[in-house]
Write a protein that binds this ligand. Structure first.
Ligand SMILES: Nc1nc2c(ncn2[C@@H]2O[C@H](COP(=O)(O)OP(=O)(O)OP(=O)(O)O)[C@@H](O)[C@H]2O)c(=O)[nH]1
Ligand SMILES: [Mg+2]
Length: 376
C-alpha cells in the first residue's frame, strides 16, 4: 500500500486488513504486507524504486507468486512492476472483480464482470502487446505486428459483443422491474457493506430463502420480494450488492441495475454490522452515506439499521450517542436478523416514515407562522 496521508496511523491498517480478508477468502495465503508512506505516488511504479527492490527481496524469500496492491494501479505501473519484480501484480480492483467472478451465478452478473475486466484490461493489454510488437520487429510486417493487430481486433470485438448482450439482458430486467413497480407497492432497498446481513434481513422480513454466507459478495444481483404488513400496506423489499471500503466508482457503474434499484427506492435501509470495531463503523457510516448521497438518494429516505445485536447486546445501546446519529439527523434502530429482534418495530417505522414522506409539505398560513419560519 502506498499511504498518501502521512498523518494516518490507524485507518490505513484497517483498510489493509480489509484487503487481507478479501484476499484470504480466495484461499490465498498472505505472507506479509509492505507499506510506503508518501504524499504523492511515483509515476513509474506508484511506489519508489527502493520499495520495489524490497518487495522483490521479500517475494524471493517467501517464494511469493502474487503481489496485491491496495492502490489502484495504472496499466503502465502494473506492467513496470511485473517486469521489475518478475511476479504477477494485481490491484484491489482486480481482486474484487475476481471475487465477484467466483460468486457470480447469473449471466448478467457474469457479463458485467467481464465488461469491467475488459475495461481495465484493455489499456494494459494494448500497452503490453505494443511493447512486445516493438521488441519483436525484425522486418516490416512481421508476425508480431500481425498478431498485435488481430489481438486488438479480437479485444474490441469481445467488448462490443459483451456490451450488446448486457444491454439485452438489462432491457429485459428493466421491463420486469417496471412491471413490479406498476403494482404500486412502496419499495425498500436494503443497502450496506458486504456481510452486514442484508440478505438475512431481507429473508427475515419477507420469508424468502435467498443464499446467506459469511463470504464477501454472496449477493451480486438484486433480489425482490413482497411483504404484507397490514391490510393497507405491502412493501416490496430489494436486496442489493454489498459495498466495500474504498469502493471504486467504476465497480458500482458496472452493476447499473443495483444503482437503479437504490435510486428509485422509496426508502433505503443502510444496514451496519454492530460487531465491527467502532472505528470501522465510523468509516463505513461516513463513506456509505457519502456513496448513497452521490447516487442522489435524499437524506430523508435513508434509515440506518444496526444488525447482529444478538452478538453485542451491550455495546449496541450507546451507539447512537457515540456516533452522533441524532445530531446528523438520521433515524436509526437496532435489529437482529438472525433472532428476528425488533423487526416489527422496523416495519412500523418504515410505514410511518413513508406516510410522512408522502404528505405534501406544510403550507404556511398565518403571518406569525411565517415569522417563526424565518427566524428559525
Ligand atoms: N449473529 C448474527 N449473525 C448474522 C445476523 N445477520 C446475518 N448474520 C450472519 O452474517 C453473515 C452475512 O450474512 P448475509 O445475510 O449473507 O450478509 P449480506 O449483507 O447479504 O452479504 P453479501 O451478500 O455478501 O453482501 C452470515 O454468516 C449470517 O449468518 C444476525 O442478526 N446475527
Ligand atoms: Mg447478501
Amino acid at each position: 500500500m502506498l499511504k498518501t496521508n502521512v498523518h494516518d496511523h490507524t485507518i490505513f491498517r484497517l483498510k489493509l486488513n480489509e484487503l487481507r480478508t478479501l484476499v484470504e477468502t480466495m484461499d490465498i495465503k498472505v505472507v506479509g504486507d509492505i507499506v510506503q508512506s508518501r504524499h504523492r505516488p511515483f509515476a513509474k511504479f506508484l511506489i519508489g524504486s527502493g520499495k520495489v527492490k524490497e518487495i522483490q527481496k521479500q517475494a524471493r524469500r517467501h517464494n511469493v507468486n502474487l503481489i496485491v496492491f491496495y492502490n489502484i494501479l495504472r496499466s503502465s505501473q502494473k506492467l513496470n512492476l511485473i517486469r521489475a519484480i518478475g511476479v504477477d501484480v494485481v490491484d484491489r480492483y482486480e481482486i474484487t472483480l475476481e471475487i465477484f467472478d467466483r460468486m457470480a451465478s447469473d449471466t448478467l452478473s457474469q457479463l458485467q464482470i467481464e465488461a469491467a475486466r475488459l475495461q481495465k484490461l484493455a489499456p494494459y493489454f494494448k500497452l503490453e502487446a505494443n511493447l512486445r510488437y516493438h521488441n519483436d520487429r525484425p522486418f516490416f510486417r512481421s508476425m508480431g505486428e500481425y498478431a498485435f493487430h488481430s489481438q486488438m481486433r479480437e479485444l474490441t470485438r469481445r467488448q462490443a459483443s459483451n456490451k450488446r448482450e448486457i444491454q439485452k439482458l438489462l432491457n429485459e430486467k428493466r421491463q420486469r422491474i417496471s412491471q413490479r413497480r406498476r403494482l404500486g407497492f412502496p419499495t425498500i432497498c436494503v443497502a450496506g457493506y458486504y456481510n452486514s446481513g442484508k440478505t438475512s434481513l431481507f429473508n427475515a422480513l419477507t420469508g424468502d430463502d435467498k443464499l446467506v454466507s459469511d463470504k464477501p459478495f454472496t449477493t451480486l444481483s438484486s433480489k425482490y420480494q413482497r411483504r404484507f404488513v397490514d391490510y393497507e400496506t405491502t412493501f416490496l423489499f430489494i436486496d442489493t450488492i454489498g459495498f466495500v471500503i474504498d469502493l471504486d466508482p467504476r465497480l458500482i457503474k458496472s452493476f447499473e441495475i443495483n444503482l437503479e434499484d437504490l435510486r428509485s427506492a422509496d426508502m433505503v435501509i443502510f444496514l451496519m454490522d454492530v460487531t465491527d470495531p467502532l472505528l470501522t463503523i465510523r468509516i463505513k457510516l461516513a463513506e456509505g452515506i457519502r456513496l448513497l448521497r452521490a447516487m442522489d438518494i435524499p437524506r430523508k429516505k435513508i434509515i440506518i439499521v444496526f444488525n447482529k445485536i444478538d452478538l453485542q447486546p451491550d455495546t449496541a445501546d450507546n451507539l447512537g450517542e457515540e456516533l452522533q446519529l441524532d445530531r446528523m439527523g438520521f433515524p436509526w434502530t437496532l435489529v437482529s436478523a438472525k433472532e428476528r429482534t425488533n423487526l416489527n418495530d422496523l416495519l412500523m417505522f418504515l410505514k410511518a416514515q413513508l406516510t410522512r414522506l408522502a404528505e405534501p409539505p406544510e403550507v404556511i398560513q398565518t403571518e406569525e407562522e411565517l415569522k417563526a419560519v424565518e427566524q428559525s
